[in-house]
Design a protein around this ligand. Structure first.
Ligand code: FAD
Ligand code: UDP
Length: 367
């Protein structure tokens, strides 16, 4: 065997493993089918502006170990995510907080807002929410559901809210304070010199082959290292012999504009169903100092898309059918003592970056 460890996929999960193995003096080969490292957190400069190619990424965590870990590889700025929601000609602050309630109803105190939500909740008569629609109405009332949730969610997932699980919406904070910070976590920010530079430092000293798909030469890669970390699709690894797992995809349209400040904020969500994209990202606002200096700006429209095999699998669809199938693949994976399945595709689970790092560190400990 030429290597101690083969890592399939140069994303964040692979990078944590690579760093640990290299620090332990192991010989590591990383293969990546794309033409760059960093997976979905990849960022690159366009017109001097760091552009998040696969969607906006904000690092946030309450896990001190993870925060200390990432700070070894990057300096984080103090970016705080405060998205705006547009519905027709109305505009609101996110997440749902006193600014949102004031714009929606004119309520100024927490008590007034609370009463308004309570009233709408009573009118809907929901005791035990069975789906996303019922969950949303019982959290924030019908007005906010109709204007800020229904259209956005149905575009995002391609299904009516009555057919979606309630848990999706529980991620969003609801606050009776004037606080537009989207996240509740203790630490938040974006690497000063971009995510790619951060991941580059994590991989320092590794041999990396880009444009290399594991499945293109499986026989060779199966005999090249003592052990493998596999961060691709788990069903593809087992030749889909039990069935195909489903995903939701995305399409990104990026443009350079001759304007210094297009929307005044990194994220503007378009919550009405009729507008085909869910949000517009203006990348320069991630890095505060770049805001007004550059006469140009780069924006990306994010369109939700159906997924078929061969498309980029962004979000696993964790419904009962797919979860049951995944459990079967997981049982097969457990028999492969020479392979560690990890990351969002290897584990068929949406994970924020901090959770990916925490999982990789825990998996490392286990082996
Ligand atoms: P990936 O980044 O997908 O890396 C896996 C790599 O493996 C890829 O580069 C892939 O090309 C490669 N690969 C796959 N199969 C093969 C093969 N057969 N051969 C060779 N290489 C292969 N998280 C946050 O914390 N904050 C956010 O704000 C945030 N925003 C997000 C926005 C969007 C739109 C999306 C989709 C995700 C967001 N995330 C966010 C989650 C974040 O992207 C993930 O946590 C992270 O990218 C997962 O890393 P990974 O290594 O598991 O997977
Ligand atoms: N959501 C919504 N309106 C918004 C933003 C989010 O209804 O303006 C809902 C939507 O169902 C989404 C969920 O909240 O899937 C989680 O949103 P989050 O921003 O956490 O996730 P992402 O949109 O990045 O998947």
């Amino acid at each position: 065997m030429k290597y101690d460890l083969l890592i399939v996929g140069a994303g964040l999960y692979g990078a944590v493993f690579a760093r640990a193995a290299l620090d332990a003096g192991k010989k590591v080969l990383v293969i990546e089918k794309r033409d760059h490292i960093a997976g979905n957190i990849y960022s690159e400069k366009v017109e001097g502006i760091e552009v998040h190619k696969y969607g906006p990424h904000i690092f946030h965590t309450s896990d001190r170990t993870v925060w200390d870990y990432v700070n070894r590889f990057a300096e984080f700025n103090r970016y705080t995510n405060c998205p705006i929601a547009r519905y027709k000609d109305e505009q609101y602050s996110l997440p749902f907080n006193m600014h949102t309630f004031y714009a929606m109803w004119g309520t100024k105190t927490p008590q007034e807002a609370k009463e308004k939500i309570e009233q709408q909740r009573r009118e809907a008569g929901i005791t035990e929410p069975k789906n996303l629609e019922e969950q949303a109405i019982s959290l924030v009332g019908r007005d906010i559901y109709e204007k800020l949730i229904k259209g956005y969610t149905e575009k995002q997932w391609g299904r009516p809210c009555t057919e979606l699980p309630a848990f999706i919406i529980k991620r969003l904070p609801v606050r009776l304070t004037y606080d537009n910070n989207y996240f509740n976590d203790r630490w938040q920010g974006v690497p000063e010199d971009g995510y790619t530079a951060m991941v580059q430092r994590m991989f320092e000293g590794a041999e990396i082959e880009l444009n290399t798909d594991y499945f293109a030469d499986r026989d060779k890669f199966d005999h090249i290292a003592e052990r493998m970390v596999f961060t691709g699709m788990i069903d593809q690894f087992f030749e889909e012999k039990l069935g195909t797992l489903e995903y939701r995809s995305l399409r990104f349209e990026t443009e350079v504009l001759d304007c210094a400040n297009y929307q005044g904020n990194t994220l503007v969500n378009y919550t009405e169903y009729e507008i085909p994209y869910t949000r517009i990202i203006e990348h320069k606002h991630f890095v505060l100092r770049e805001q007004l200096e550059n006469p140009k700006t780069v924006i990306t429209k994010e369109y939700p898309a159906a997924w078929k095999p061969g498309d980029e699998p962004y979000y696993p669809i964790n419904n009962e059918k797919n979860n049951t199938l995944y459990e079967k693949y997981k049982a097969l994976a457990a028999e492969r003592k020479d392979v560690i399945f990890g990351g969002r595709l290897g584990g068929y689970q949406y994970l924020d970056m901090d959770k990916v790092i925490a999982k990789a560190l825990a998996d490392l400990k286990e082996i």
